[in-house]
Design a protein around this ligand. Structure first.
Ligand code: 6GU
Length: 242
């Protein structure tokens, strides 16, 4: 998968050299290019922002550097990339969206700062890109860079070969609409607290039933909104979890 990120803080993306994502890059599974938006300015101060028409607080990102940067990136291959613009006004990012994005062969991220990017840039970009505005949740970050780290990690780990143990992808929170069950490892007693007896029983049927019940109870307690939407909840389970 090819990934391009355009930002005024390219150093913010340095963590993409670390851990499983860094290894995926070195293994050739991810082809990541980070671009400095200021390289597409032409004035001495490398200006990327200006005051908003109509007034109001803060600054708006100028259209010209963005237009040039996005044209420059789009010219680098023949397929039509997906342009992801992270922002609190976007469509919520979910595991389903991560799975969908993992099918694409080219993702480009435009990291806005300040009050946002001049709206005409979105219209301009639609001629070369499938454009998606994506939000991590209902809170405000200073810019898109941290969101890009999140989205790239969530997507890249779904690509074949990035995670050694593909089975670990299946039994995860949000893969089937329920939160994950609690996990334990040795020692069997720690800090005076014992591991639940069923997990030491060797009875795989009882263990599976206990784990499913734990997932229901956890989801009911922490994310009741998920329970009602979940396909994994068998008839009667809802009452048991409530
Ligand atoms: Cl994706 N970007 C920014 N700047 N703020 C956010 C966000 C994204 N998601 C939630 N808040």
């Amino acid at each position: 998968m090819r990934l391009d990120v355009v930002s005024i803080f390219p150093d913010y993306l340095a963590p993409l050299d670390l851990s499983l994502i860094g290894k995926a890059r070195r293994d050739g599974l991810l082809d990541l290019h980070v671009h400095d938006l200021r390289d597409f300015t032409h004035d001495r101060h490398r200006t990327v922002d200006d005051t908003p028409y109509g007034g109001g607080a803060g600054m708006v990102m100028k259209p010209e550097p963005w237009g040039e940067a996005l044209d420059h990136v789009a010219a680098q291959a023949d397929s039509r990339p997906t342009l992801i613009v992270p922002g609190p006004g976007g469509t919520p990012f979910t595991q389903a969206m991560a799975r969908e994005l993992a099918e694409r062969d080219w993702l480009v991220f435009a990291c806005g700062r300040y009050e946002g990017i001049d709206e005409r840039v979105y219209d301009h970009a639609r001629s070369a890109y499938d454009v998606r505005v994506v939000s991590l949740g209902d809170y405000v970050l200073n810019g898109g860079e941290v969101a890009v780290l999140t989205i790239v990690e969530a997507v890249a780990r779904l690509l074949p070969g990035v995670i050694g143990n593909a089975a670990s992808l299946v039994e995860e929170s949000h893969e089937d609409g329920l939160l994950e069950y609690p996990v334990y490892t040795k020692p069997a007693v720690w800090d005076g607290r014992a591991v639940p007896e069923v997990l030491l029983s060797g009875d795989h049927g009882r263990i599976a039933a206990w784990r499913h019940q734990q997932r229901l109870e956890r989801t009911a307690a922490r994310r009741p909104d998920l329970l009602h939407a979940s396909a994994s909840v068998a008839a009667g389970d809802l009452d048991a979890a409530a």
